[in-house]
Design a protein around this ligand. Sequence first.
Ligand SMILES: *Cc1c(COP(=O)(O)O)cnc(C)c1O
Length: 353
Amino acid sequence: MSRFWNPMVAGLSPYVPGEQPAEQDLVKLNTNEMPFGPSPKAIAAIHAAADEGLRLYSDPESNGLKAAYARALDLRPEQVFPGNGSDEVLAHTFRALFQHGAPILYPDITYSFYPVYSAFYGLEAETVALNEAFEVDLADYRRPNGGIIFPNPNAPTGIALPLADIEALLKDNTDSVVVVDEAYVDFGAESAVRLIDDYPNLLVIQTLSKSRALAGLRVGAAFGDAELIEGLQRVKNSFNSYPLDRLAQAGATAALDDGEWFEARRAEIIANREALSAGLEGLGFEVLPSKGNFVFARHPQGDALELQRGLRARGIVVRHFDKPRTRDFLRITVGTAEQCEKVVEVLGGLLAA
Ligand SMILES: *Cc1c(COP(=O)(O)O)cnc(C)c1O
């Protein structure tokens, strides 16, 4: 607390990211990164871009990258808004497209940046409880609102909604924007991107941090009707004209164009997820049906916080959310096949002890 702070600063409750430990030889399964590096074509493009061109500003509109997204997702470039990680895209979305006067709606168990942005921009927010099976029930979102946002699949539960349900919600909610945060969609859920031409109130957000193994490059994007995108552009250009540097634009473009790497790697993660889930179930865990690159699991006997500490002592980092409805669960990122076997083996030992 400093007397030089703007009074608003003392009232902020900033987001707390998962630990990025300095130790090298840990099995890091706590922040849903990929366990292997990105497309070699992305690395080559970043190397090639790290030349004398760096003395020049980057393209403020990331036009090459917009075109790559348009190719990859069968959109028009004016339906694409890239940003410095999808977190930044989310921030601009809350600012540009959510309204005052009625509450923003999102699930009670969800990505913990949503309440942070709501408070930051002075938006009234209401959480909508997941049902007993930890599913989003879209019927509960049919009421006056200043905007709706949920991840699909949801985080940290991993549970996905069918596209038909999202389409029904869009039809019933034509006066405010529905944002579908598809950070994990590439691991098995249905994307809402193909609804964009039909619903001017739909904004879809994706990231290269998870399924493209580029969390450190900081690239995400929103997709929607050209007028929604123009609103985001206006906010972005009132904040930072060059959010994506030259290396990020080059690497992200090459990553999006490498469909072969993408298909092989996401299939590998899906296979490892199924093996990890089966292994945990073999130990007596209840594992929520995940379509993400992580699983959310609880054990009828094991105390989640103690299990997390026991894993950490043995070099394995997983995430625990100490909130009433989630404190019995561990969120475990899907790693390599060996990492998944290791975490099951060590958990088995901890539960036996
Ligand atoms: C990881 C994650 C993000 C943020 O991704 P970045 O692009 O790395 O900022 C957004 N939403 C959800 C639900 C996530 O899990």
